[in-house]
Design a protein around this ligand. Structure first.
Ligand code: FES
Length: 570
């Protein structure tokens, strides 16, 4: 061995005799046909998140093959290994419940197995955050490779893609605008290939912000899953990982406070998913960096939305790629970015942008002078209903609903919502505010993407397309509407949202950044003293295993919903 601290020598199994530990390890790996020459190289671990349950990662095998080629071309030894894989539609109660478990799996398997750098292959919403949370805690040089977006499909001549169009067509079906035959035909077209959702949902958001963060090769966010560009990025990621091992370019050196600020700028400029805020906060928390909601709001006030992608705009990820992808967007954002931060290439962001190709005329990435939306897509609200903050994605909503007062129509849980939202006798008008309680991290469903409360059927059939909706839940990045999310503290731990009753008045002011429950303090105190927070009951039911760990340890939205014991002290 040329280097007795790296490669196969790392993290020897404890037998009380390190020489024997290495001897045994080599004996076993040679059973797979490896030579001493191969075993003497830098080792690059490749995290395999391929799974039959995860079609968003359906190209994993192809990507791994290309990464391995890149590692070997650079003189390293690639070793892929499996970790948990999570798909949005195949995880119960929610994928969010499992994100922290996946991050622990990633961290511990990076630590436990001998490797000098690691390529993190992910894509579907929770996988990229979990990979980066784990890698940040493990502290080994790491580079992210996303699986890439799916292609778009076509329904009766209309271009469609998951999942903004999933919601749009389902809304039309609920409103009886289309019949069962048509909704079944649409179902065949929404996901036209393997890969991640084709709009600016959470997966696309995380891909873009991770490139903005510097943890991915320039241009790595946008190539669709089934393209040659995607395979080339994979090969280059493998080769880059070997160089990162040589230079000890760790996540701590790349993911600085300034790099996270760049990532937030990107998230705002792309009209990114509100989920991205939670995930970035969790990743930063692993490095002892606190992302502040008020700073996010301040950044939002001078960061325009530049990317014309659904749900805020018109286009899809494959259009973004053809328009130049993230290098083109970052070039436009350049005056607002910290340029001296390091990227996985070992060069600074400024150096990378200096070397980026010159732009060309296109209509997907706007200029700062001609934005889609003049301010950042996301505003932070506060008030007596959300003392620790709430978010609204203003770029994906009708501004007519932003400054108003409304009567609360309250649903105390997801089950209550499902049971009553379509009841013909539901007392609701288009001017009311729909309020969902117990949708937060400890509400029993692990903060589901339920903030996009459906418009009650009797209103949707009358043509109502949007209403103010308020909850402590999350929302899919592919959704749209006047939806106030992540209300904190959540109702399950006794936050003010739990005190709202049917008929209460609520005032929303997006321009004033306010969310107020217009009930006098004496009445609120009375309600508070009578309240038994739902968390208490759920803790009793989570008697063992991961659910118990989750209920005991999960933090609120403003702390990224990470577990308290996984964060690094700042
Ligand atoms: Fe996997 Fe949308 S369901 S990215």
């Amino acid at each position: 061995m040329s280097d007795k601290k790296n490669g196969l020598h790392k993290g020897l199994t404890s037998y009380g005799d390190s020489g024997f530990s290495l001897f045994l390890r080599k004996a076993f790996i040679k059973g797979a046909g490896y030579t001493d020459d191969a075993l003497d190289r830098r080792i690059v671990g490749i995290v395999d998140t391929g799974s039959a349950y995860n079609p968003c990662h359906g190209n994993s095998a192809q990507l791994i093959e290309a990464v391995k080629r890149g590692v070997m071309l650079a003189g390293g030894l690639p070793m892929e290994f499996p970790v948990i894989s999570i798909h949005e539609s195949f995880a119960s109660p929610t994928s969010m419940f499992l994100r922290n478990l996946m991050s622990m799996d990633v961290e511990e398997m990076i630590r436990a197995q001998p490797m000098d750098a690691v390529v993190l292959i992910g894509g579907c919403d929770k996988t990229v955050p979990a990979l980066l949370m784990g890698a940040a805690s493990a502290g080994l040089p790491a580079i992210t490779l996303v699986t890439g977006a799916m292609l778009t499909g076509s329904h009766d001549g209309v271009r469609v893609g998951a999942c903004t169009d999933c919601r749009r067509y389902w809304g039309r079906f609920r409103a009886q605008e289309i019949d069962e035959g048509e909704i079944a035909r649409v179902n065949n077209q929404l996901v036209a290939s393997v890969g991640t959702c084709s709009v600016m949902g959470t997966a696309s958001t995380m891909a873009c912000v991770v490139e903005g963060l510097g943890m991915m090769l320039p241009g790595g966010a946008s190539p669709p899953a089934v393209t040659a560009d995607r395979i080339r990025i994979a090969e280059r990621s493998g080769a880059t990982a070997v160089a990162m091992a040589d230079s000890q370019l760790t996540p701590q050196r790349i993911m600085s406070a300034d790099a996270f600020e760049n990532a937030l700028r990107v998230l705002l400029a792309i009209g990114g998913s509100t989920n991205g805020i939670i995930h970035l906060t969790a990743i930063a928390g692993r490095l002892g960096i606190k992302l502040d909601l008020d700073r996010l709001d301040a950044l939002g006030r001078d960061t325009p939305v530049l990317l014309d992608l659904k749900p805020s705009g018109l286009h899809y990820m494959e259009d973004f790629h053809k328009a130049g992808g993230m290098p083109a967007l970052l070039r436009e954002l350049r005056p607002l970015l910290h340029l001296d931060v390091l990227t996985v290439t070992g060069r600074t962001l400024g150096e990378e942008l200096d070397g980026a190709v010159v732009g060309f005329a296109q209509d997907v990435i706007r200029t700062r002078a001609n934005p889609i939306y003049p301010q950042g897509g996301i505003a932070v609200l506060r008030g007596n209903l959300a003392p620790n903050g709430a978010l609204i994605k203003q770029s994906a909503a009708d501004p007519k609903l932003f400054e108003r007062e409304g009567r609360a129509v309250v649903f105390e849980s997801l089950d209550d919502l499902a049971a009553r939202i379509d009841a013909p006798d539901l007392d609701v008008t288009p001017d009311d505010f729909l309020v969902l309680q117990n949708g937060g991290p400890k509400g029993g469903y692990a903060m589901p993407e339920a903030g996009y409360l459906p418009i009650p059927t009797k209103l949707s059939r009358a043509g109502v397309k949007d209403m103010v909706r308020i909850s402590d839940a999350r929302m899919s990045g592919t959704a749209f509407g006047a939806i106030v999310l992540h209300v904190s503290p959540e109702s399950a731990v006794g936050g003010p949202l739990a005190l709202v009753k049917n008929g209460d008045r609520i005032r929303l002011s997006v321009s004033g950044r306010k969310l107020e429950l217009l009930v006098d303090e004496a009445e609120l105190a009375r309600r508070r003293s009578a309240l038994r927070p739902r968390e208490a009951d759920l803790k009793l039911r989570a008697e063992r295993g991961y659910a118990k760990l989750y209920m005991r340890s999960v933090l609120q939205a403003e702390d990224g919903c990470d577990f308290d014991f996984l964060r690094k002290a700042s």
